[in-house]
Structures are given as C-alpha cells and as structure tokens.
Design a protein. Structure first.
Length: 629
C-alpha cells in the first residue's frame, strides 16, 4: 500500500467453501506455503472452517486470517477472534481493528503503523488514505497494539528483554520481522478485516501475505523417500541449485489443449521439452508445453523454478499425487491423503449411445477428482458413483452432461457403510486343497483377527520355523486385502482390523501363490464371522441457524433423525440460535425440504463428515435385509 514494495509473484489457489469439495482444500494445502483463512464477520468459525484448519495443521501451513463482510448486519470482528481461539485453538493476533461495523464500516486501524486507513467509496476502494486514528478508538487501538507487540516480543529473548525495558522501544521493522517469524513457525495467526466486495482491506491483506507468510525459500526442505530404498528418508531444499523435484496435485481436462497437469516445483529448474521421471509410476515422460495459469487465461513459459506452480501439457501417465523429478536424481515425495467417499448413487445411461460415452466421462472425472470413485456392482451390474456428498455427485453428473454430452438417470443416494469387528478371533484356519488329477493346489493359513480402531488394516507376519515359506506370505496378505472389499454382513468394505498370520502348512509340489491367496481369504472370512462383526455408519456434524421461535421444531426434528445435540450458541446481533448436532448421514437425506417446512424457510444448515460410528442393531438389521443378506 505504501508503494515501495519490490515486485513479488504470488501464486493464489482459491478453494471452494463447501464441505463436499474438501479434496480441493486438501491438495491445495499440500502444495502451498501459506494460507489466508477467510471468515464471515457474522457467521465466524463454521464446521467447514474447523475442517480447513485441521488440514492446514496437518500440512503445517502458516496462515493469516481475514474477517470479511465487515459491512454486514451483525458483523463482529472481536467475536471471530475469540472463536478462532476457542474453537480452533489458534492464537489470533489482530494487526488491525475495524473502524465501525455494518453500515458504518469505514476502514481499519493499522496497529503496526498506528494509523487509520480509510477507503474511498466512490472509487470502490481503489483510493485510500492514511489518517489519524479516530478519537473514540485511540484507547482501544493502544490496548490491541500492546497485545500485538507483546506477541511479537515473544519471538526471542533479546526482543522480549527490549520490550520489558521499554514497551514503546520496538520499531515497526522489528515488530513485522518478529510477527513474521512466529507466523512461519505456526505460533500465531495475524488477523485482518475488511469488505472484499467493496475492495476495502484487500490491499492491506496482500501486503500481509508478503510481510508475514513465507516465500518458498523460507519453508523447510520437502521430505520424501529414496527412490531405491523406501525405508530411507530423502529431502529436497527449496533452491534452483538442487535437482528438479515437483508434485502433481491436480488434473484438469482442457477443451483446447487436452489434459493439464498442475504441479508445484519444490527444487531445481525444468524447461519445456525436458525428459522427467515420474518416480511414483517409474516411467520417463517428456514435458511438453509449460503454462502459467491465471483463472481461465494461460501464458506459455519456457521454464519453472523452485517455488513455482504451473500446468504441464504432454504428461500422459501422471495423476494426482505423483512425484516428477530429474532422471539422474530420483526421489519420491510424500503422497497426498484423500478422504474416503461417504455417499453413493447408481447411475445409468439413458440410451445405448450414452453407454460408451458415460464410461469415458466417469473415468476422466475420477482422474481429476480423487475423492470421486466409480465401480460396478457385481450383483446388479449397475455403475455406482461415490463421493463426499449429494452436491458433489450432483455437480459431477451435471459436468458429465455439459462437458461430455452424456444423458444419465441417477438413483437414490446410498450411504457408504463400513464393516468392522468388536472382539478378537484367535487361531482361525483357512485351508485350500484342490486335487483334480496331476498337480493340485494346497494352501493352509492360520490367523488371529483383532479390532484396530482408527488405524485401518494391518498385517503382521508371525510365522516361525518356516511353516509357510517366505515367498507365500505376501500372497496370504493379498488374499485378505481382496476380501476387505466386501464384508460378511452386507458386502460393505471392512476397516480397522489387525491380522496376525501365526501358523500354516505347505506342500512341496502343490503349494503356490494362488493357493495361499485363497487360504488367506478363507481364514479371514471365517475370522470375521467369529469376531462379532458390526456395521459402521458415517456421522455428520450438523449446524443449524434458526430464529428462536423455531428452536423446538429444529431440536425435535434432529432428535427424530437419531441426532445428538452437542451445543447451542447465540447468533450475533440477537438473530437467533445456532444448534450443533451429530446426526447419521442416512437420516439427513431430504433435510433441506424438512427444515424449510419446519421453520417457514427461515433456517439454514451446514453439514460435514465427522467420523464413523457403530450402527444401532435395528438399523443394521434393516440395512443388511435391504442388501438381501
């Protein structure tokens, strides 16, 4: 804003706010160096805000916070600051406070410069001026500046001593440098405010990105593992001098150039025409054109360097999460983690002509979006699409129609249940023996199965004395993993189980990998039956904003859907209540219509996946019965 900044390039990735598109946030967090968290001045911290915050924590992404829509009725900057502390456990440090709110929002007090910044309404915020702080805000500004300077001083013993000696002795540069240091260390979150629609506060926010968020050279080395030895850790420092390494984080189909692979460069330099190694797939690929993307515009460039984000044309085998690196210095960077779908629908082409096109379209969409899955139901032969929510699937079906010209009929939403076990089943055997003249088949495996809450599938090889030859043990594991796809209760995927392979036997002539794969599958299925299998259902965190008059209706409706109310808060400005509840996904279909009816259209809600929980017996029976088991 002062006009004396050197030129900077900022790569901005805007992500959707809706929980159904959490994959966009996940992959963006994986490749970004910093984030600007945007909060509504009225709504404040919402369920999706918590999810995004957790994702930023997971990837250790430094962040600043921007409280938007300060001109809305009910705007409250300080309430949002408190919510960041209470609900997100973040240390929010305001570096601005608002001048007015709602219709009277005029600008901000810059607590570093201790000046008021006022934006000109006629120029729609393009023009602004630094003024003296309004008299009625001087005391409040000094109070919040003191808190900000104290937060800055805690960055080092030297600065803290200087601050304790004389509170006013820290210079503007020292304050900025200290706040930057603590922001990059993820100790604090500098907090700003404004009204983006009226262009108030946006320039100051961009200045804060430069001042407090890290550049690529400020972040630690990216970790991965050795190309030859997965157990050995490797790293790349953010330098042009290091060997080239990058991560493909997004795929997009472009009508003009075909498939675009978005990638983030972590080290080194690469030029169009260079040959790269896709270390994840162990394939060499030639990098065609390199494009710098700006919304729907693109500019062809010759090279990219450490810290750059660009799109590549011509990489045929790359998918989301793949490592691209120099052929003579390979590395495999840590892969991304993708959420499992919680909702499914059957989809059928309307005509025979749509049949072939639909398969192509669904494969393309699944390539672009790792949280979208496509499979064929073995019993019915139907194509099943799975995703993160109703809106997610609705938009993908709409894209199939718009972009690929496929007309399709969509079935009712289905819940993505899971199966697991309650108890341990010890020493369960599976024996696969086949004699049909000539060489037969023989595999024999004994397993112990136990619950493994929240840790997925684990396989432990506890074979002693060579009762199963080492070369057949992976086949037992493979047979069990094949069986995980279809549980014993209703054919849903099995999760959170630990398998101990403890004993078995083999035949010198008849034993082979296939026989032990079958033996492992048989032993696991029988162990599942004995270990008290249960059905798990996805539970959703639901927040309903409603006028107080309809509180009874909302609470009653949530209870009738097996919901558990977890708390209530007042909406800012006396605008009603926020009800927080946990409700099974299976009970939330059609909730929008029901809520409108119960509140005369005056309530709104948000919903996000929380966790899986055991399904009550009566519900389990109904689900199993519906699956014909």
């Amino acid at each position: 804003m002062a006009g004396n900044y050197p030129e900077h390039r900022i790569n901005i990735i805007d992500t959707p706010g809706h929980v159904d598109f959490t994959i966009e946030v996940e992959r963006s967090m994986r490749v970004l160096d910093g984030a600007c968290m945007v909060y509504d001045s009225v709504g404040g911290v919402q369920p999706q805000s918590e999810t995004v915050w957790r994702q930023a924590n997971k990837y250790k992404v430094p962040r600043i916070a921007f409280v938007n829509k300060m001109d809305r009725i009910g705007a409250d900057f300080f309430r949002v600051q408190k919510q960041i502390g209470d609900r997100l456990k973040g240390v929010a440090v305001p570096i601005q406070i608002p001048i007015g709110a709602e219709d009277h929002f005029q600008g901000v007090v810059d607590l570093v410069k201790m000046k008021a910044i006022l934006w000109d309404d006629e120029s729609q915020g393009v023009k602004f001026s630094y003024e003296e702080i309004p008299a009625n805000l001087v005391e409040l500004a000094h109070e919040w500046r003191e808190k900000m300077v104290e937060a800055a001083a805690e960055s080092s013993e030297e600065l803290l001593d200087k601050y304790l000696t004389d509170h006013a002795s820290l210079t503007e540069d020292e304050i900025k440098a200290a706040l930057r240091q603590r922001t990059i260390a993820n100790e604090i979150v500098p907090m700003l405010c404004g009204s983006a629609f009226k262009n108030k506060g946006v320039q100051a926010m961009l200045d804060a990105v430069i001042d407090y968020l890290p550049s690529p050279v400020d972040v630690p080395a990216i970790l991965g593992h050795d190309y030859q030895d997965p157990e050995k850790q490797a790293e790349r420092h953010p330098s042009d001098e290091e060997p080239f390494s990058a991560l493909a984080f997004k795929i997009m189909t472009d009508p003009f150039v075909g498939q675009l692979i978005f990638f983030r460069v972590y080290s080194g330099v690469v030029e169009s025409g260079d040959t790269l190694l896709n270390a994840t797939k162990d394939k060499k690929e030639r990098l065609g054109r390199i494009l710098q993307m700006h919304a729907n515009e693109r500019k062809e460039i010759k090279e990219v360097r450490a810290g750059d984000i660009a799109a590549a044309v011509g990489l045929k085998d790359a998918t989301t999460g793949d490592t691209l690196c120099a052929v003579n210095a390979p590395i495999i960077l840590e892969r991304m983690e993708f959420p499992e779908p919680v909702i499914s629908q059957a989809v059928e082409p309307k005509t025979k002509a749509d049949q072939e096109k639909m398969g192509l379209a669904l494969n393309r969409l699944a390539q672009e979006d790792p949280s979208f899955r496509v499979q064929t139901d073995e019993e019915s032969g139907q194509t099943i699409i799975s995703g993160m929510g109703e809106l997610h699937l609705e938009i993908l079906v709409d894209r199939m129609k718009r972009e690929f010209g496929v007309e399709a009929t969509v079935g009712k939403p289905q819940v993505a249940y899971r199966e697991t076990i309650r108890t341990t089943a010890k020493d369960v055997e599976g024996k696969f023996v086949k004699q049909s003249g000539g060489r037969g088949q023989y595999g024999h495996a004994v397993v112990t199965l136990e619950p493994n809450p929240g840790k997925g599938y684990e396989f432990l090889d506890e074979i002693k004395g060579g009762v199963i030859p080492r070369e057949y043990i992976p086949a037992v594991d493979k047979g069990i993993q094949d069986t995980l796809k279809s549980g014993v209760l209703a054919g849903y995927p099995i999760v959170d189980v630990k398998v101990h392979l403890t004993f078995g036997s083999y035949h010198d002539v008849d034993s082979n990998e296939n026989a032990f794969r079958m033996a492992g599958s048989m032993a696991f299925k029988e162990a599942m039956r004995r270990a008290k299998p249960v059905l798990l259902e996805p539970m959703m965190a639901v927040e309903v904003e409603t006028p107080e008059d309809f509180m009874g209706n909302v609470m009653g409706d949530l209870s009738s859907r097996r919901g558990i109310v977890q708390g209530m808060d007042d909406i800012a400005g006396g605008g009603g209540k926020v009800v927080r509840a946990e409700v099974p996904l299976s009970e939330m279909f059609g909730y929008s219509t029901s809520l409108r009816s119960a509140t005369q259209g005056r309530a709104t809600y948000t919903m996000e996946f929380k966790h899986y929980a055991e399904t009550p017996a009566n519900v389990s029976e109904a689900v199993i019965s519906a699956k014909g088991r």
